[in-house]
Design a binder for this molecule. Structure first.
Ligand code: AMP
Length: 205
């Protein structure tokens, strides 16, 4: 059987801070952060795949499931082959996948999900404001338009949120996303550091 990557899923609506927390974790030895949004944005915009991605993302829509999983598998293999990701010694921090229940079923045989971090925000408008600010800072065209942001949030509620129910409740950790970056990180580490210590770290290290 193919190896199943020991994984923590970063879950939450657009603007909840998955990318920020994922990047912070990815700087800690023993963690490997993989964002499917970053994976898609790294595609050559002139290539067929790149154009397909933009045709969905500019409307705030999700790329079709089969294509997303195929590309993710290819990309993950490349990261392993180039030595950037070592599944034996690193915990995979997966940000932005799965985003539909079908994606969750398709990747299930490849992942050993040890925990799910659900970054939630009671105040939806604060998340919209974050998205607008990020669009300006990172020149992200998808979040520059109010209409696209609303679509992204609607799709999250309709297609992505139900994915949370597929995982055992004892595995899902609710974390308030609206604190400072450091406070959110502290809560995330509270969950993730023990998972890391008990999974990929050899005994005695
Ligand atoms: P993100 O940076 O995670 O907000 O993703 C930006 C865009 O990439 C999304 O609006 C989708 O168009 C696409 N995308 C990222 N992850 C996925 C996924 N798991 N399934 C389908 N589309 C995705």
């Amino acid at each position: 059987m193919a190896v199943r990557y020991k994984t923590v899923l970063l879950f939450g609506a657009p603007g909840a801070g998955k990318g920020t927390q994922g990047e912070l974790l990815g700087n800690i030895p023993g963690f490997y952060h993989l964002s499917t949004g970053d994976m898609f944005r790294a595609l050559d915009r002139e290539s067929e795949l790149g154009r397909t991605f933009v045709s969905y993302s500019e409307k705030g829509e999700l790329v079709p499931d089969e294509l997303t999983i195929k590309l993710w598998q290819q990309y993950t293999n490349e990261q392993i082959e180039s030595g950037k990701f070592d599944p034996d010694t690193q915990l995979l921090v997966l940000d932005g996948l799965p985003r539909t229940t079908d994606q969750a079923k398709l990747i299930d045989p490849l992942l050993d999900v040890l925990g799910v971090i659900h970054l939630f925000a009671m105040n939806k408008e604060a998340m919209v404001a974050r998205l607008r600010q990020r669009a300006l800072q990172q020149k992200r065209t998808d979040d520059a338009k109010e209409e696209v942001i609303r679509t992204r949030l609607e799709i999250y509620e309709r297609d992505t949120r139900p994915v949370l129910d597929m995982y055992d409740a004892s595995m899902v950790h609710e974390i308030d996303a609206m604190g400072t970056m450091a406070m959110v990180l502290m809560h995330v580490l509270d969950v993730v550091a023990p998972i890391h210590a008990n999974s990929v770290v050899p005994a005695g290290v």
